[in-house]
Design a protein around this ligand. Structure first.
Ligand SMILES: O=P(O)(O)OC[C@H]1O[C@](O)(COP(=O)(O)O)[C@@H](O)[C@@H]1O
Ligand SMILES: [Mg+2]
Ligand SMILES: [Mg+2]
Length: 331
């Protein structure tokens, strides 16, 4: 049986849910599938090709030393999204300010925000890394004068699509356009993403919790009590701890197996470490579409009104049962 490619699946989805659709979104998504295939090829060869492993001597706006693969992945996303003809603005973790595609500034329907390479600290040690993206709509800008912040700083519930690619034992694209979550595995033999996980549903409860427990002492009291309760077995469930240190990989496991992933406020990151626009929002959209829950400990991630492109947020995401208990304990 021939598996559906991501383009075939998307066209079928669009026919079902958006009969008027122009095909522009699938053209945009083809830019992301192309860029991520190039990133995947470089991740797979990291170590045998000189210019992929290791750090550059430049820092990004977050004050992090950029890894060579961060820069390569950023170029690939910028190039293959920037030449789609319908993307007016791109905002990346690796660029201080959003990039306007001048040619498409007036008519471009879409804004794409992305984390070109997630899990950078794991690149050199051959542990799963990823790419995360979020797609927003924008109105045409006849004068070309509109403040781009208006188009970029939209709350997460306005996303028209979101997804990630995890470069692990296999390369997988997981995305949603608001009608469920679907997973596609890259078949290296034919170079196509094929439908391997139809309508992913996050289990209502899990057996694993995931957070960087090295920060435990600086977590707010509620989180400490919550983790203590999960460890105690008093919930009637036995939990094990899993933490990869790549958000994409830790979330991918939580999406498929259930449980909870937490990056609470810490001493070094008082408002959390992860970024709202290109990490928390796309992950939250996917989680909710799969029947899970995503908050910053107090409110729904998708309801947060962004004020800065690189703003950070605490992120708590996972199965209904673990998240309901968490919200009771941290509030
Ligand atoms: O090392 P820590 O503090 O646990 O942080 C790990 C987190 O930082 C990140 O690596 C940040 O993302 P980037 O690698 O894209 O900067 C997440 O993937 C991960 O969840
Ligand atoms: Mg990241
Ligand atoms: Mg990154």
């Amino acid at each position: 049986m021939l598996l559906q490619t991501v383009q075939q699946h998307l066209q079928e989805e669009q026919r079902r849910h958006y009969p008027q659709a122009s095909g522009e979104f699938s053209w945009l998504l083809s830019g992301i599938t192309l860029a991520t295939k190039i990133i995947a090829a470089n991740v797979r060869r990291a170590g045998i090709t000189a210019d992929v492993l290791g750090a550059t001597d430049t820092e990004n706006v977050q004050g992090e030393v950029q890894q060579k693969l961060d820069v390569l992945a950023n170029h690939a996303m910028m190039k293959f999204l920037g030449n789609r003809g319908n993307v007016a603005i791109m905002a990346s973790e690796e660029d201080e300010t959003p990039v306007v595609v001048e040619r498409d500034r007036i008519h471009g329907k879409y804004v794409v925000v992305f984390d070109p390479l997630d899990g950078s600290s794991n690149i050199d040690v051959n542990v799963s890394v990823g790419t995360i993206f979020s797609v927003l709509r924008r109105e045409p800008d006849p004068t070309g004068q509109r403040d781009i912040a208006t188009d970029v700083l939209q709350p997460g519930y306005k996303q028209v699509a979101a997804g990630y690619v995890v470069y692990g034992s296999s390369t997988m694209l997981v995305y949603t356009t608001g009608n469920g979550v679907f997973g596609f595995t890259l078949d290296p033999a034919i170079g196509a993403y094929l439908l391997s996980h139809e309508r992913i549903v996050m289990p209502d409860a899990g057996k694993q919790y995931s957070c960087n427990e090295a920060n435990f002492d600086s977590f707010p009291e509620g989180y400490k009590k919550y983790l203590g309760l999960l460890r105690s077995g008093e919930t009637g469930r036995t939990y094990s701890s899993r933490y990869i240190g790549s958000l994409v990989a830790d979330f991918h496991r939580t999406l498929l197996k259930g449980g909870v992933f937490l990056y609470p406020p810490t001493k070094s990151h008082a408002s959390g470490k992860l970024r709202l626009l290109y990490e928390a929002n796309p992950i939250a959209f996917l989680a909710e579409q799969a029947g899970g829950v995503a908050t910053n400990g107090k409110q729904r991630i998708l309801d947060i009104q962004p004020t800065e492109v690189h703003q950070r947020t605490p992120l708590c995401v996972g199965s209904k049962e673990e998240m309901n208990l968490l919200m009771k304990m941290v509030n």
